[in-house]
Ligand binder design. Structure first.
Ligand SMILES: [Cu+2]
Length: 502
């Protein structure tokens, strides 16, 4: 939990969800907002058991209350406005105001009840991915239950005997691609060996969103917004660990692509999958783990190498933001091969001509649906430095950091460094306008967890990318103090008692 606002949203997300719900569904709102189990918010007792709370940076934790012998949670499926990065607010569907939905943490053996209210304009159903529970609780619409109609509610209740990294998601396929997933952590009755000091979960998602359009095209197969916990780099919040901590990272993937997640500077072992803890005999050294669709992967390592280390999907297009053939006037001039064609071309369907013919151009296979039909004659010819400066000048809020580390206001004075003859080199440009000093936005994404990062770092941070910051004790304490200061309250998370160790 990151700050007070997230804390409030996590604890009282129900209320926030109702407030945001369309009037049409307000009648479904018979809820008792109070009674959250506030005295169970500290996690000191859990620490002593060797189990630590799982942090999900940028995603709230879901509170619960004790009711009828069960831990009762409340999820509201609803449209949400998700800010992927500063200024990039898109319409997703999620839970309790967040996509991905809030993180649920329970203990092995718990009886849980999850009230699911549907504030979407269509039916939904909630699936508990990998849970060994009675079929009528499985959330398969049509076969194990009726879909939950708009304005409706379904109460799920089951006892959990498993442990590991699990997740919940809508079992309507296209709704999954609108963001409807959340982490569901089941802590083991007894801490895993060896215990970790830090435990993080990251939900991997991808969206196809046409430039200047706030709604994902869930039918598209080319994704241009790639997120960790609902944020694209550099808006992702770094994972903060102390030098020599043992660390667990849990990755959860629900999208159309498998993501090879790579960690710099360390060697890890895969200790768990979506099926739970894996035996030590399977632990071999790795630095990249392929997190397949519908899979989870837990990796562990000792963070003994100080520094700000990248954690990222290694698919090149997943290390970019807003990948599109119509990157627009920022990088391309007109009077050359046109970019931005129709859906058929976008999906690689050729009825005449060839892939690089004059009327196909670089948009082939990169279309974002009907909306990608050519709406302006942008070509694939690179801009001159002069043109680039002109077209970038109206992008608000971005700052310029040149290679000597000097910072300037606005976009003037730090055009990308390119060679004199750049335009004569086949293939140019690749990254010149897409990442680098011109893209730096350190100030826009400033937060305690970014304290002390190298000036201009944000210009090279896009897509599924964050930092593992392995900090020496003094810097670690400083960052944590800054974070506490921002929260205005001591570190706390919901549901941190561990009845087995009490
Ligand atoms: Cu990827």
């Amino acid at each position: 939990m990151k700050n007070r606002r997230d804390f409030l949203r996590g604890t009282f997300g129900l209320g926030a969800g109702l407030a945001a719900a369309p009037r049409l569904f307000a009648t479904a709102a018979q809820v008792s907002g109070g009674g959250m189990d506030m005295e169970h918010m500290g996690h000191a007792s859990q620490r002593s058991s060797g189990i630590v709370a799982v942090e999900t940076p940028d995603v709230p934790q879901l509170s619960w209350r004790r009711s009828g012998g069960a831990k009762e949670f409340h999820l509201v499926a609803e449209p949400v406005k998700q800010e992927l990065m500063p200024g990039k607010i898109v319409n997703l569907w999620g839970y309790n105001g967040s996509a991905p939905g809030p993180t649920i943490q329970v203990n092995q053996g718990d009886r849980v009840r999850i009230i699911v209210d549907n504030h979407l304009p269509e039916a939904t159903s909630m699936h508990w991915h990998g849970f060994e529970i009675p079929v009528e609780m499985d959330g398969a619409p049509g076969s194990s239950q009726d879909p939950i109609p708009p304005g409706g509610r379904f109460v799920y209740e089951f006892t959990l005997h498993q442990a590991g990294t699990f997740f919940y998601h809508s079992h309507m396929a296209m709704q999954e691609m609108m963001g409807m997933i959340g982490a569901f952590i089941m802590h083991p009755e007894k801490a895993y060996d060896p215990p970790v000091e830090k435990d993080f979960a990251i939900v991997l998602q991808e969206f196809a969103i046409l430039p200047n359009n706030p709604i994902p095209n869930s039918m598209n197969m080319e994704f241009n917004w790639l997120t960790f916990n609902g944020k694209a780099g550099p808006a992702t919040t770094p994972l903060i660990v102390r030098l020599n901590d043992r660390v667990r990272l849990r990755f959860i993937n629900l999208g159309m692509d498998h993501h090879p997640i790579h960690l710099h500077g360390h060697t890890f072992v895969v200790t768990g999958t979506e099926g739970g803890r894996q035996p030590k005999t399977t632990w071999g050294p790795k630095n990249t783990v392929l997190v397949g669709v519908a899979e989870a992967a837990d990796v562990e390592f000792v963070a003994d190498n100080p520094g700000d280390w990248m954690v990222h999907c290694h698919l090149p297009h997943h290390m970019m933001n807003q990948m599109s053939s119509v990157v627009g006037p920022m990088t391309r001039g007109s009077k050359s091969m046109p970019a931005g064609l129709g859906m058929e071309e976008g999906m690689g369907i050729l009825r005449q001509g060839h892939a690089t013919s004059e009327d196909k151009g670089p948009s082939l296979g990169r279309g974002l649906g009907v909306g990608s039909t050519r709406d302006q004659t942008l070509g694939n010819r690179p801009l001159s430095e002069q043109q680039a400066r002109q077209s970038m000048g109206n992008m608000p809020g971005m700052e310029q950091v040149n290679m000597t580390g000097m910072q300037h206001e606005g976009m003037q004075g730090a055009a990308p460094e390119v060679a004199e003859d750049a335009n004569s080199v086949p293939g140019f440009p690749q990254d010149a306008f897409m990442e680098g000093p011109a893209m730096a936005m350190d100030k826009m994404v400033e937060k305690p967890e970014n304290y002390g990062l190298r000036l201009g770092w944000s210009g090279f941070m896009q897509g599924m990318m964050t930092f593992l910051r392995v900090l020496p004790p003094d810097l670690y304490d400083k960052v944590i103090a800054l974070r506490e200061q921002q929260k205005g309250k001591p570190e706390s998370m919901p549901e941190m008692t561990h009845p087995h160790h009490g």
